[in-house]
Design a binder for this molecule. Structure first.
Ligand code: ZN
Ligand code: ZN
Length: 293
């Protein structure tokens, strides 16, 4: 018997993509409008380098106006991938700690609702030691922080010394922070699939979310990175593919974006488009898949 089509989401998708902030935050919102994105993700600083771009009050005020004009509901700030909160190297770990502390505040000032960070890699030093360093770094970032932006730990593809590839590992970090309400979780459809969750059917999505609910609580899950996966189920390889062009395929993306819980989360595409205007096509494709006859 074929699986019945899920009901259409009650609210329109809050869907968008990762965009460059190189020309300033106001220009980012202009780009968002051009690709019809209501959700925008930006890096808090150059993903390769380490320098933080100073954003002054005037730029923030202009950005607010442009954001409203563009109809952007959700702004997500992503900490650069090079920041490793679990690093066993003292210098790298100190740097990661400082970046998280500074960028959480900077992103909050910019009006971001969420600040996403990868838990990190322990680089052979062991899971327990890595988890302790993550908890310490996040705890440091939250010291005296009373902003509105929530810090979200991203669920990863796992494998190797990568931390955060299972709901239980994310739960251990949250437990280490005594369930601090300023911390939540961001999921990624590609990472989940690579971690072994078969999202290609509604039942598979349900099973995955049941595990996250049991370990961290679904109320903690606040944002979704929507990506297809270039690599197969359980490969633990984090390689994004364009929507419908990867191993998740159209069926997988459809079961994710029509899921009653996931369809209500802000969604950011991080798919490998040639250039940002191509996100318009990706967003259109997702909206098409989300439509239920
Ligand atoms: Zn990420
Ligand atoms: Zn990824």
């Amino acid at each position: 018997m074929p699986t019945p089509r899920p009901k259409a989401p009650a609210v329109p998708l809050d869907l968008g993509c990762h965009l460059s902030i190189a020309k300033g935050l106001p220009a980012t919102f202009d780009s968002a409008r051009k690709v019809d994105a209501t959700c925008v993700q930006v890096f808090t600083r150059n993903p390769r380098g380490s320098s933080q771009r100073e954003v002054d009050d005037a730029e923030i005020a202009t950005a607010k106006t442009r954001r409203a004009a563009a109809g952007v509901r959700t702004l997500v700030a992503h900490i650069p991938y090079t920041v490793n909160l679990a690093s066993p190297r003292a210098h790298a770990w100190d740097f990661a700690r400082q970046v998280l502390h500074a960028d959480l505040r900077a992103a909050d000032r910019m009006g971001a609702q969420f600040v996403v960070v990868h838990p990190g890699t322990h680089v052979g030093d062991g899971l327990d030691a890595g988890l302790l360093r993550i908890v310490d770094a996040v705890g440091h970032a939250l010291e005296g922080y009373d902003g509105a932006a929530l810090l979200l730990l991203e669920g990863m593809a796992g494998g190797g010394s990568c931390i955060g590839g299972t709901p239980e590992e994310l739960a251990r970090i949250l437990d280490g922070l005594h369930g601090d309400p300023r911390v939540g979780v961001c999921l990624d459809s590609c990472h989940l699939f690579a971690a072994g969750w078969d999202l290609r059917t509604p039942a598979g999505v349900d099973a995955c979310l049941a595990a996250f609910d049991a370990a961290v609580g679904l109320d903690r899950v606040r944002c979704l990175h929507l990506n297809d996966s270039l690599k197969p189920l359980g490969s633990h390889l984090d390689r994004h593919a364009r929507i419908g062009k990867g191993e998740l395929g159209e069926a997988g993306i459809r079961s994710v974006v029509t899921h009653p819980f996931l369809s209500r989360l802000p969604m950011c595409l991080e798919t490998p488009v040639d250039d940002w205007p191509d996100f318009a096509e990706e967003i259109r494709a997702v909206r098409e898949l989300a439509r239920v006859e």
